[in-house]
Write a protein that binds this ligand. Structure first.
Ligand code: NAD
Length: 303
């Protein structure tokens, strides 16, 4: 099996908040890209910035002539449509022996099925969701959690190496997606805890910036306090680049995994309900850091 190194051709589907900077990194590393997104503007903007990239009009067209294909789409159902089931699905354009990397945060149980269905068409799948947000997508320091065969991961190390700093083989197909959903449960829980602490502290007369600084030098420190506290919450810019809707999806995924395994995990269940209600009240496009505004609303409503 040949290693996928520049200037190999890669199809990239989904040029959104994360996909675009990740594809940027691949183009800058010397990979040839064939790109597709439902948004024509996303495609033309990308090709405008990278004249060597080829704009295509479907997932199938993107896949033609590519040694591997990356999806960075909202969820696993959309990935399945784009890769396997849609009218112009990528699998119709891929050559046998090609490799698909689903870097979206998809449902791991669906991923296990997708891996089996693609294998029957001679195509291997790695689930390779990422953590680190837009900032780390831009600087190529994402954490990449991989599910699938070690030999396939070995083959695409240069691809992941262009986008990420920590690349972890978590287990067989679906393992990366399972770990990603559980990671985001921790991330969501830490963010809500910080927001509630800030709401209470402010009402007590504490300065929110001082609170975040103290958390960061104390045991309350978390990704929320370090990366989101002052930057997006205290500043009220709410511009982390990850929507509350995607967070709800990730929490539901984690909860679905628990249900699939017949495990009772009450705090996780409560987190799903909390974020789903927040998402309804904040609006579908709200940044996930706006959960602070939701915490403020609840604090005023409930005694
Ligand atoms: P996004 O909504 O900004 O981007 C998704 C892109 O997919 C859009 O450009 C959209 O037009 C395109 N798209 C949707 N359906 C399509 C289809 N059928 N065919 C082709 N293109 C299609 O989302 P994002 O924030 O970039 O997130 C992408 C994935 O990465 C999600 O699974 C998300 O949970 C995950 N993720 C996001 C972040 C973040 O900070 N934003 C961090 C880690 C993981």
């Amino acid at each position: 099996m040949t290693t996928l190194a520049p200037p190999a051709t890669i199809a990239f589907i989904g040029l959104g908040m994360m996909g675009r900077p990740m594809a940027n990194r691949l183009a800058e590393a010397g990979f040839k890209l064939r790109v597709f997104d439902l948004s024509q503007k996303a495609v033309s903007d990308f090709v405008g910035a990278h004249p060597s990239a080829v704009a295509t009009a479907s997932a199938k067209a993107a896949a033609q002539g590519a040694a591997a294909l990356i999806t960075m789409l909202p969820d696993g159902k959309i990935v399945r449509q784009a890769v396997l089931e849609g009218r112009d699905a990528a699998v119709e354009g891929l050559e046998a022996g090609a490799l698909v990397m689903d870097m979206s945060s998809s449902n791991p149980v669906d991923t296990q099925k997708l891996a089996r269905d693609l294998a029957s068409r001679g195509v291997a799948l790695l689930d390779a969701p990422v953590s680190g947000g837009v900032k780390r997508a831009i600087d190529g320091s994402l954490s990449i959690m991989v599910g699938g065969a070690a030999a396939d991961l070995e083959r695409v190390q240069p691809v992941f190496g262009a986008m990420g700093k920590t690349i972890t083989l978590c287990g067989p197909a679906g393992a990366g997606h399972a770990l990603k959903a559980l990671n985001n449960y921790l991330s969501a829980a830490g963010l809500v805890a910080m927001c509630e602490a800030l709401v209470v502290g402010e009402a007590f007369g504490l300065d929110p910036g001082t609170m975040v600084d103290v958390f960061n030098s104390s045991t309350g420190k978390s990704n929320a306090t370090e990366v989101k506290g002052r930057q997006f919450v205290v500043s009220r810019t709410f511009a982390a680049g990850f929507t509350a809707g995607l967070m709800v999806k990730d929490l539901r995924t984690a909860s679905d995994v628990a249900s699939h395994l017949k495990l009772h995990v009450p705090n996780l269940k409560q987190a799903v309900a909390y974020w789903a209600d927040a998402n309804g009240r904040l609006g579908a496009s709200a940044d996930h850091t706006e959960i602070f505004r939701y915490a403020e609303m609840l604090a005023d409503e409930e005694t």
